[in-house]
Design a protein around this ligand. Sequence first.
Ligand SMILES: Cc1cc2nc3c(=O)[nH]c(=O)nc-3n(C[C@H](O)[C@H](O)[C@H](O)COP(=O)(O)OP(=O)(O)OC[C@H]3O[C@@H](n4cnc5c(N)ncnc54)[C@H](O)[C@@H]3O)c2cc1C
Length: 330
Amino acid sequence: MDVFDIIIIGGGPTGLFGSFYAGLRGLKTKVIDVLPEMGGQLSALYPEKYVYDVAGHPKILAKDLAKNLATQSQLFKPMVCLGEKVTDLVWMQNESVWQIKTDKSSDHYTKAILLALGAGACVPKKLDIDYNHAFDNNCIFYAVKNKDYFRDKNVLIIGGGDSAVDWANEFSAHSKHVTLIHRRDQFRAVQTSVEEMAKNKVDVKTFYELKEIQGNGQVENVVIFDNRTGKEETIPIDAILISIGFVINLDFLKSWGLKMDVNAISVNEKMETNLAGVYAAGDICSHPAKLKLIATGAAEAATAVNFAVTYINPSAKAFPGHSSNLNLSI
Ligand SMILES: Cc1cc2nc3c(=O)[nH]c(=O)nc-3n(C[C@H](O)[C@H](O)[C@H](O)COP(=O)(O)OP(=O)(O)OC[C@H]3O[C@@H](n4cnc5c(N)ncnc54)[C@H](O)[C@@H]3O)c2cc1C
């Protein structure tokens, strides 16, 4: 049985920073993520957006931040298992270790666990109309991976949240034409961004929904309709961005025996959950001062890992010392 000191579930910014800290503390570390690449929401949801509120980075593209975090996390060479979904945690009383089961293996054993699951293995909500799925990731997108694709195109954006509205504003600068449809007249996006759409000449159609996508080989037209009157319109469109939210299912966490606070795992000030040796940090955790940010997730990961060190070795100190006293060859 190959027992790790800590297994971190989730390779988002919180898990990546946690795995760096675990390496710094000399822990034998493994990171497991269901996605095929590291970075969590940064890579999967908004790689082409700038982030301005990460310490030491006045402005950085989310994908570059994810890359830097992955590089930093690799410094101490943790084992990384991508494309593997964790399905169960089992306490092995006789060995005093946790067994982590995934959809690919039951061969993960560890003394401590850091749950950095973010919003869970979240999947974008799909369109509920019939369309040719060969268009997916071709001219119909659920996240923007390459914003240049939308240059000089007639773009349709569906949704009323920050992501939909921000992309409408950004694409308006270099796309041929941007239409945003939203099924209500109230937006979840911040008001200033909604107002900006008017200045940016985004064609905003509230109470409109998508009825049909037409095209041979690629999207050519869409049929949209006013959900109050049923009146239909056909407009020429080359690219569609669907930003209508995510399906989040965290019910499985309850079956792991974790104390939950609505959709998040309750932790104390050491980021301990109610299960011995199991810590949680980042978007998945709940405590009275919780803010769902990259910066706070990083701090929580450092706290969790340093206290996990004292769980694994009760004579160790939680305070790691200053990294500036080290002489790392990087
Ligand atoms: C559009 C958008 C813009 C944002 N902009 C900012 C910003 O400017 N500044 C800021 O601070 N924050 C921003 N955020 C929020 C920020 O991205 C999150 O707070 C941050 O990603 C949380 O990091 P995390 O590592 O806790 O979770 P995540 O990034 O969600 O990573 C969790 C990881 O866990 C994996 N996982 C989940 N369940 C399993 C499982 N069962 N098995 C294996 N792997 C699993 C997931 O695949 C994922 O990779 C933004 C969010 C969005 C959506």
